[in-house]
Design a protein around this ligand. Structure first.
Ligand SMILES: Nc1ncnc2c1ncn2[C@@H]1O[C@H](COP(=O)(O)OP(=O)(O)OP(=O)(O)O)[C@@H](O)[C@H]1O
Ligand SMILES: [Mg+2]
Length: 391
């Protein structure tokens, strides 16, 4: 299960950060529930700060009927009328009060062909129900219509201390062996995005079960080894080999002092990478050569052993995580755009990717226009493979 789902706040009070804004949102909801109308809320701010979550927390806390609508559904008169049935408005005596959620409206309003922004604006202007619109960026011209219909609430990034506290809590609850150093690094990297922070913590999962102390020992074992056998024996147990490579990569310049040693070690490691590239294309027999190169190859790169104490550094592999973060962001916007066209949700929409990829090979321009994909999104679709998406 995704940590972001498992540890998603269930009540308003569980949300971290933005406490004054959250109180404002609660008052707005109570206002509606007491039978008084108020403008829709437009909640905007950086990703992973709780904009969507706050709508779900309201639903749970006030037992609301939460209805998610996207721009194309809002243009469908019959659908709108159905949703806004007689007993729908908040404060009604009959049935549960409704809360409309128009999530990620900026992605949809930016669509060139469709006037998605207008559909949302028109709906908001006459909505008899409380409605929440979320967006990351609202300052585009195409968004001014929506802006003028709403009470605007700006969410700020979550401060690093709160991010850290959440990660510590989750790591403990999940019995993950993660050092304070790692938690710090993830918190910093997240830049106030709790989704990114939790996902990065989850990505550590398999390795976090190995003590970091053990990894230190293995890395030391590789660097200090003077024989092939000693270097190979340095790694043992259920260890993520990619992680070992990252540690070795990071620490070659810490251990080795002469430029010849350093160059020879990196040379061996880059050969390991080449083998790994082939392994990923299913030639698993190559793995042993790759491991040889990354362990013994690096160990024997030195002209003579360094009898010194080296303080090994935590690898900069959070760098590689930022790539996953970019990927997640792009997947999200692609999913939202497809979802709008096929009337599905973001996650199911991604099932269409392999199909779109095939189609896009010959009809890239049509694909871009139909879904309003950007160049980057198109490139991503054409490059992407199903296994990468499913990860
Ligand atoms: N304020 C918060 N307090 C606690 N957890 C949070 C908070 N904000 C986000 N999270 C965690 O991150 C996940 C994603 O949050 P959410 O979907 O609400 O972000 P968002 O602001 O809507 O981001 P986006 O702009 O990408 O849609 C949540 O499921 C939850 O696990
Ligand atoms: Mg959201």
């Amino acid at each position: 299960m995704l940590l972001t789902v498992k540890y998603a706040p269930k009540k308003l009070a569980d949300l971290l950060g933005n406490s004054d804004r959250i109180e404002h949102i609660r008052q707005w909801m109570l206002h509606w529930l007491s039978g008084k109308k108020r403008k829709p809320l437009l909640i905007y701010g950086p990703p992973g700060t709780g904009k969507t979550t706050v709508a779900y927390a309201l639903k749970a806390e006030y037992d609301l009927d939460l209805v998610e609508m996207n721009a194309s559904e809002l243009r469908n008169r019959a659908r709108v009328d159905r949703v806004l049935g007689a007993s729908a408005s908040a404060g009604s005596l009959f049935g549960r009060a409704k809360l409309i959620l128009i999530d990620d409206a900026d992605v949809l309003a930016g669509r060139t062909d469709s006037g998605g922004g207008n559909a949302i604006k028109n709906f908001l202007a006459e909505s008899p129900c409380p409605a929440i619109v979320t967006a990351t960026d609202i300052w585009d011209k195409s968004f001014s219509g929506i802006r003028s219909e709403c009470e605007i609430v700006d969410f700020k990034r979550i401060n690093r201390l709160s991010v850290r506290k959440l990660l510590e809590h989750v790591a403990k609850a999940e019995s993950l062996e993660v050092s304070g150093e790692t938690i710090d690094a993830i918190s910093q990297k997240a830049e106030g995005d709790l989704r990114a922070a939790l996902n990065d913590l989850q990505a550590l999962g398999p390795t976090a079960r190995v003590h970091e102390r053990d990894i230190f020992e293995m890395v030391r074992g590789i660097f200090k080894a003077e024989t092939y056998a000693a270097a190979r024996e340095a790694i043992s147990g259920e260890i993520d080999y990619d992680l070992i490579k990252l540690w070795v990569d990071e620490n070659i310049p810490a251990e080795y002092e002469t430029s010849q040693d350093i160059a020879a070690a990196y040379d061996s490691l880059s050969k390991a990478d080449i083998f790994d590239g082939r392994i990923r294309k299913t030639n698993w027999q190559l793995l042993k050569y790759s491991i040889d190169l990354a362990t013994a190859g690096v160990a024997l790169a030195k002209a003579k052993p360094y009898h010194k104490f080296t303080k090994y550094n935590f690898p900069g592999y959070l760098k590689s995580m930022s790539r996953t973060m970019e990927r997640r962001a792009i997947l999200k916007s692609i999913g939202t755009k497809i979802g709008a066209r096929v009337h599905g949700n973001r996650r199911d929409a991604l099932d269409y990717l392999p199909l779109l990829k095939e189609f896009g090979k010959k009809h890239a321009q049509d694909l871009m226009e139909f879904y309003d994909f950007s160049e980057d999104e198109l490139a991503f679709i054409l490059e992407t493979s199903v296994s990468r998406v499913r990860k």
